[in-house]
Design a protein around this ligand. Structure first.
Ligand code: PHE
Length: 462
């Protein structure tokens, strides 16, 4: 059996995801992570609430749908993950580059993802110690980020755990636990969301989050919504090629895409309802807090729990579940990266893990320390963590998505993609698909890419 990307979790099940549901759960398991719970709410708060939500939903149902179907179909057609899938259609440089752009993205995401995973671990630890009130104090989180040793240690705790799980080959076990944790997380999130939205003053926040207000529209809203869509649905980073390569010809690609989008968006919206109304109820709708960025969840959620009267229990449960969601996503990102490394460089698994571990420690430490001892390092005026987030989401993922579009349109041909989809079912949205992949996606991707780069370089201001 060829050793393609994708790692053991899915490798051991190649072609045998137990039907569609197994596949949907596996993809949803990879899709649901910090992107939904931590990233979505802070972006929605920052980029216009309901306007952001509307942009996100529209993009997901059209653009996201098109890209998921394309990547999955290409993966199933070639039975290979990105570097191999591109390589299956040509050996020249553009094909190599296309595959690699997709394959490198997880390697750049997982280091800073592990920094956030470390924050979650730290908060879990503090809740277990019974510090629910201390965590809710204004300024706690920013003080923590200034503490270099603390940031580095918690980052290392998380990333070493990821590497150890993979080296020990127990990711299966972690996946199993997380399958139990996920439904529990949903139930807890529903409770917390109800609690949040019923606090005095929270309705303003619910309106801000759910109702689009065109005064809040800016081009950045669209750019951020698109980056988030890639991130959250694990699009444009090679992952779906890999998952696609493991599904049987019986899996209805369109139907499963819809289900994954439904799960993933549902959880993101729940997280939004937990966090954004709480900003209004507990921070008086302070626009500063709405703009808090990556720290939003860590500032807001402890305040909600502290006010509940059983903050310790809620805190432990919440951060434990988020911890598992983060861990499984980090494992899936790292597995993919390790498999790319071992396949492409002919390393054994242990060497691949260690090399990936070194990349994680290097780039992740830079992200963790960028808030304190390295705070003079401001690539493009951003913190190191924000920089990696920007580089992957706003630059590399649009490029990766473009390579997929070009591969589909120019090399494979959308007719063959349609045939691949039709192996298992009728292609119900074929007309829409054709329109999006031919016209909308490439044009839109180029505009987004150029405008987000121009914005950061300072040529335009979005
Ligand atoms: N989609 C995940 C999230 O929302 C991140 C991720 C991407 C995980 C790719 C695995 C693979 O957090």
């Amino acid at each position: 059996m060829d050793r393609e990307n994708g790692g053991k979790i899915i490798k051991s099940e190649r072609g045998s995801f137990s039907g569609r549901m197994g596949y949907v759960l596996a993809v949803a398991g990879s899709a649901v992570g910090l992107g939904n719970i931590w990233r979505f709410p802070y972006l929605a708060a920052k980029y216009g609430g309901g306007m952001f939500l509307l942009a996100y939903l529209l993009l997901m149902l059209t653009f996201g749908y098109t890209l998921i179907v394309t990547e999955t179909a290409l993966g199933r057609m070639t039975k290979k993950s990105p570097v191999g899938a591109f390589g299956a259609f040509g050996k020249s440089l553009p094909f190599k580059l296309g595959g690699w752009v997709n394959a490198v993205i997880p390697m750049l995401i997982v280091p800073y993802y592990s920094v956030i995973g470390g924050w979650v671990a730290k908060y879990l630890f503090e809740y277990i110690k019974g510090n629910a009130q201390i965590l809710a104090v204004d300024g706690y989180f920013s003080d923590f980020t200034l503490n270099a040793a603390g940031m580095e240690i918690w980052f290392l705790v998380f990333s070493v755990l990821v590497i150890v799980v993979i080296l020990a080959g127990v990711e299966h076990g972690v996946e199993k636990v997380s399958k139990i944790m996920m439904p529990l997380l949903v139930i807890l999130a529903i409770f917390v969301a109800i609690y949040s939205v019923t606090r005095p003053g929270a309705m303003e926040g619910v309106k801000y989050f759910l109702l689009p207000d065109f005064r809040h529209f800016s081009w950045m809203t669209v750019v951020a919504a698109m980056g988030q869509m890639f991130y959250s649905l694990s699009i444009a980073m090679g992952i779906l090629y890999t998952y696609g390569s493991y599904i049987g010809k019986d899996v209805d690609i369109e139907q499963s895409t819809k289900q994954v989008e439904f799960f993933d968006t549902g959880i993101a919206m729940l997280a939004g309802l937990m966090i954004i109304p709480a900003v209004f109820a507990f921070s008086g709708g302070d626009t500063g807090t709405l703009q808090a960025g990556p720290s939003l969840m860590f500032i807001t959620i402890p305040k909600v729990f502290a006010s509940m009267g059983m903050g310790t229990l809620a805190g432990i449960m919440f951060f434990l579940m988020v911890f598992f969601a983060a861990l499984t996503s980090a494992i899936s990102l790292t597995e993919t990266s390790v498999s790319t490394i071992t396949d492409q460089f002919g390393l054994n698994r242990t060497a691949g893990c260690l090399l990936m571990g070194a990349i994680m420690v290097g780039l992740g430490s830079a992200s963790a320390l960028g808030f304190n001892v390295l705070d003079f390092v401001k690539p493009l005026g951003m913190s190191v963590l924000d920089f990696f987030d920007f580089l992957t989401n706003s630059v590399m993922m649009p490029v990766a998505a473009l390579t997929t579009c070009v591969l589909a349109l120019r090399v494979v041909g959308i007719k063959r993609i349609a045939e691949e989809v039709e192996v298992s079912s009728e292609f119900r949205r074929r007309k829409m698909y054709n329109f999006f992949i031919k016209y909308l996606a490439p044009v839109f991707l180029i505009i987004i890419l150029l405008s987000s780069v121009a914005n950061v370089v300072g040529w335009i201001s979005l």
